[in-house]
Write a protein that binds this ligand. Structure first.
Ligand SMILES: C[S@@+](CC[C@H](N)C(=O)[O-])C[C@H]1O[C@@H](n2cnc3c(N)ncnc32)[C@H](O)[C@@H]1O
Length: 275
């Protein structure tokens, strides 16, 4: 496999009579300009090709265009114009799962738009996923922080938690529970829907910080008009431009969340090395 001078990914297929023919993905430029000297097995080439095709589809979709508009508006309201970094949690298996692959393709489109670095963590990533992420220059985080990723400074960090357990988002809010939240842009399941659809008990147990911050969130729903309806459904962009009106008392209620066991939320004690 190699990359054209113009940045297009070339994929070589081995034919049965062992002569090579070269396929070229013409619709998308892939972000895999480095690491191309490494050799790929045929199935990984297949997955790379699928990711590049998915990126091309997302890039030309109305959904992506409207997300870009919302993100730019959110940044404007936050008096900023740039995103410094993207952190993805809970993407799932980007090699074998179509939903995860399209969500990853979506993030690659944002990476191109904002020209930023991406890091990712999911305790279920396989070695194959980690290798694929490496080809797109995504840093795979080694430690399960259970969503407790603290932002440093004022630069905006985009967190992408598609269809993730509520506890992960709740922990992200908790660890940044102060004016720090103004540097977080969170694309995750809609906070409004979570609070509207869960019982009081569930909210208290798993999503206390989501409920508490709801009045101060500006939420841009992601309009789910992508060709597949179960990939970006229920997601929204969340920004926090109104923190100056938050009472200091709210920040004082800041005890670390403790959760009852939940098979969807993988804690650091549960995590194993990638299989
Ligand atoms: C419902 S799946 C969503 C997968 C995919 N994003 C989708 O929409 O189909 C939830 C994901 O969260 C991941 N997850 C659970 N605990 C996690 C943790 N502590 N850190 C990061 N990801 C976690 C799971 O491994 C799983 O891939």
């Amino acid at each position: 496999m190699d990359v054209d001078v113009d940045g297009f990914l070339k994929v070589s297929y081995k034919s049965r009579n062992s002569k090579n023919r070269t396929g070229r993905i013409t619709q998308t430029k892939c972000d895999i300009k480095t690491n191309t000297s490494l050799s790929l097995s045929l199935d990984k080439e297949y997955f790379l090709k699928k990711i590049c095709e998915a990126k091309s589809e997302v890039l030309s979709s109305d959904l992506f265009k409207s997300v870009c508009t919302s993100l730019k508006e959110g940044l404007f309201i936050l008096n900023d114009s740039a995103i410094a970094e993207i952190v993805c949690l809970g993407l799932g298996r980007i090699g074998e799962c179509v939903t995860s692959r399209y969500q990853f393709a979506f993030i690659l489109c944002l990476k191109t738009l904002f020209d930023v670095t991406i890091s990712a963590y999911d305790p279920i990533f396989t070695k194959n996923d980690i290798e694929l992420l490496g080809y797109f220059n995504v840093t795979v985080l080694k430690e399960n922080l259970e969503g407790k990723h603290k932002t440093l400074g004022e630069n905006k960090v985009l967190f992408f938690l598609p269809h993730c357990p509520k506890q992960l988002t709740n922990n992200l809010l908790w660890v940044n529970w102060s004016h720090n939240l103004s540097s977080c842009i969170i694309i995750a399941n809609s906070f409004n829907k979570i609070v509207g659809n869960c019982s009081r008990r569930t909210l208290e147990q798993s999503a206390g910080y989501i409920s508490k911050i709801l009045p101060y969130v500006l939420e841009y729903p992601i309009i789910n008009n992508f060709k597949y309806h179960d990939i970006f459904n229920d997601l929204a962009i969340h920004v926090f431009p109104k923190l100056n009106v938050v009472s200091q008392d709210l920040w004082k209620i800041n005890s670390e969340p403790k959760y009852i066991e939940d098979i969807e939320f993988i804690t650091k004690n549960d995590s194993k090395s990638p299989v």
